[in-house]
Design a protein around this ligand. Structure first.
Ligand code: TYD
Length: 138
């Protein structure tokens, strides 16, 4: 069981292979180290578009490429890391207080995001300057 990591972490998801096809799943607390309160998904992204470019003060997430591929770039105020997600049985755990950007979506890609909070615009930090200050890096 994953125990509340403070760093971004790739989370291997179960994959049940069967002659009829494969099945994967995500449940708390085994694969999602937080209570799941919301899911949303991003799709039909035109070539070259970016999503995200903000941080959350409290929300933790797991991002999965259910179809296609895209890049997730995470910045903790000091260090930037990136991952190309392209497997429906691997999630990326994103802790709170990470500046995050999703980009380079392949055609027909589908990003599923599982979140620890209900939607709250007040949880967003939309200025990178404010983010660095709140992260104690400014
Ligand atoms: P936003 O999180 O800014 O999108 P992205 O980070 O992918 O660029 O959300 C875009 C819009 O969708 C914004 O008006 C808020 C709305 N929204 C909801 O109403 N509920 C949700 O759970 C999410 C994630 C967004």
């Amino acid at each position: 069981m994953t125990l509340y990591p403070t760093e971004p972490t790739l989370v291997p998801l179960p994959r049940i292979d069967d002659p009829r096809g494969a099945l994967s799943f995500l449940q708390a607390p085994h694969q999602a180290p937080f209570p799941i309160r919301r899911t949303y998904w991003i799709y039909d992204v035109p070539g070259g578009e970016l999503r995200g470019s903000h941080a959350f003060q409290n929300t933790e997430e797991i991002i999965i490429a259910l179809s296609g591929s895209f890049e997730v770039i995470l910045h903790n105020g000091t260090v930037e890391q990136s991952w190309r997600l392209n497997r429906s049985y691997v999630g990326l755990y994103v802790p709170r207080m990470m500046w995050r950007t999703l980009k380079d979506f392949s055609t027909n890609s589908l990003a599923l995001i599982v979140a620890s909070t209900h939607y709250d615009e007040n949880d967003y930090i939309r200025s990178f300057t404010d983010f660095r200050r709140l992260a104690g890096c400014a």
